[in-house]
Design a protein around this ligand. Structure first.
Ligand code: GDP
Length: 318
């Protein structure tokens, strides 16, 4: 892999799927060449705290302290606070482990002191020993809401409390029209040395769309004239994890790589397709640069190989 030393990479990322590729990229690119813009539309206020699930998944993953079994939260977690909260009859539908709680307390205290989410994230990264640049898509609050049979629901009520069971007919990102990209996101996009943008295999509708909905971002990507590539978040007509496939079905979309490509059609110039879907290459636009490889990330080696495949594709497109 001979990715040029002067060229930078910007990854757009949601939670678990995105964090896996972000980790792979972080293992092959030095900190000055990689920045990671993370969805914050899942963030919400709970028990007086500001919870940022995708930022925490990405930072815990890069720091190597993530819980690999659950896919969220920290490893070696204990639950004393939740147990005590249950005794008090408090709200326990959103599980917060003791170690994880420290992050939320730290964040709350810094926000109360007037720091932005970008600054708090930078401070958390420093303390967790993360040297790559991880930042929120925006310092302004954006909130995902989903329309179900019983009306609009806040994202975490749908995702965690109701475990994605309600059928969705619409998704909106409240506040996105006026939300400005965070300073580092803006800087990364405007950097003359930016070599490519990689859209990680995150949920296109719940994790990547909010990033694209931040004021001006989608248009900027379309006008960028640099490789913008995405890794397919569906393999063999299924999602690896989470409600991506269920949502596609509910929105009357086919669960195929072609649907994902169409979803990003206005700016996408490259696509990484799983070996299992190699036969679907012909269903994709001829103008698209395509890499076919294993995209299922089980081991660290898988994450690194996929990151290498993305950079190879970007280099081919440059
Ligand atoms: P969430 O916010 O935790 O739900 O995570 P994301 O939005 O980042 O990721 C969910 C999407 O990632 C789903 O569409 C999954 O199919 C996809 N995904 C998760 N792991 C992998 C993987 O190893 N390979 C690929 N190609 N997609 C994955």
């Amino acid at each position: 892999m001979n990715w040029p030393k002067e060229k930078k990479v910007l990854a757009l990322c949601g939670g678990v799927g995105g964090a896996k590729l972000a980790l792979g990229l972080s293992k092959i690119l030095p900190p000055e060449q990689l920045s990671i813009a993370v969805n914050t539309a899942d963030d919400f206020n709970h028990l007086g705290l500001r919870i940022c699930p995708d930022l925490d998944t990405v930072t815990y993953t890069l720091a190597g302290v993530n819980n690999q079994e659950s896919g969220w939260g920290r490893a070696n977690e204990s639950w004393h606070c939740m147990e005590a909260l249950t005794e008090l009859g408090g709200e326990t539908w959103f599980k917060l482990g003791d170690r994880d709680l420290a992050t939320h307390l730290f964040r709350r205290a810094q926000l109360d002191q007037g720091f932005s989410i970008s600054q708090v994230t930078e401070n958390l990264c420093r303390h967790l020993g993360i040297t790559h640049s991880v930042f929120p898509m925006s310092d302004d609050q954006v909130g995902t809401e989903v329309k179900t049979d019983s009306g609009w629901l806040d994202f975490q009520r749908y995702f965690v409390e109701q475990q994605c069971q309600p059928q969705i007919s619409q998704i909106r990102f409240v506040g996105s029209e006026t939300a400005q990209p965070s300073p580092r996101f803006k800087q990364a996009l405007e950097d003359n040395d930016l070599g490519c943008i990689i859209i990680c295999p995150s949920n296109p509708f719940l994790s990547i769309d909010p990033v694209l909905a931040v004021s001006g971002i989608r248009k900027q990507l379309a006008e960028l004239k640099k490789p913008v590539l995405a890794v397919s978040p569906v393999i063999g007509g299924k999602a690896v994890k989470g409600p991506t496939a269920k949502i596609m079905q509910e929105l009357a979309l086919e669960i195929t790589p072609s649907t994902v490509v169409s979803h990003y059609a206005d700016f996408l110039t490259g696509f990484v397709l799983d070996n299992e879907d190699a036969a679907q290459r012909d269903t994709l636009p001829a103008s698209l640069a395509i890499q076919v490889c294993n995209t299922l990330m089980i081991s660290l080696e898988d994450r690194i190989s996929l990151a290498q495949a993305c950079l190879q594709l970007a280099q081919r497109m440059s």
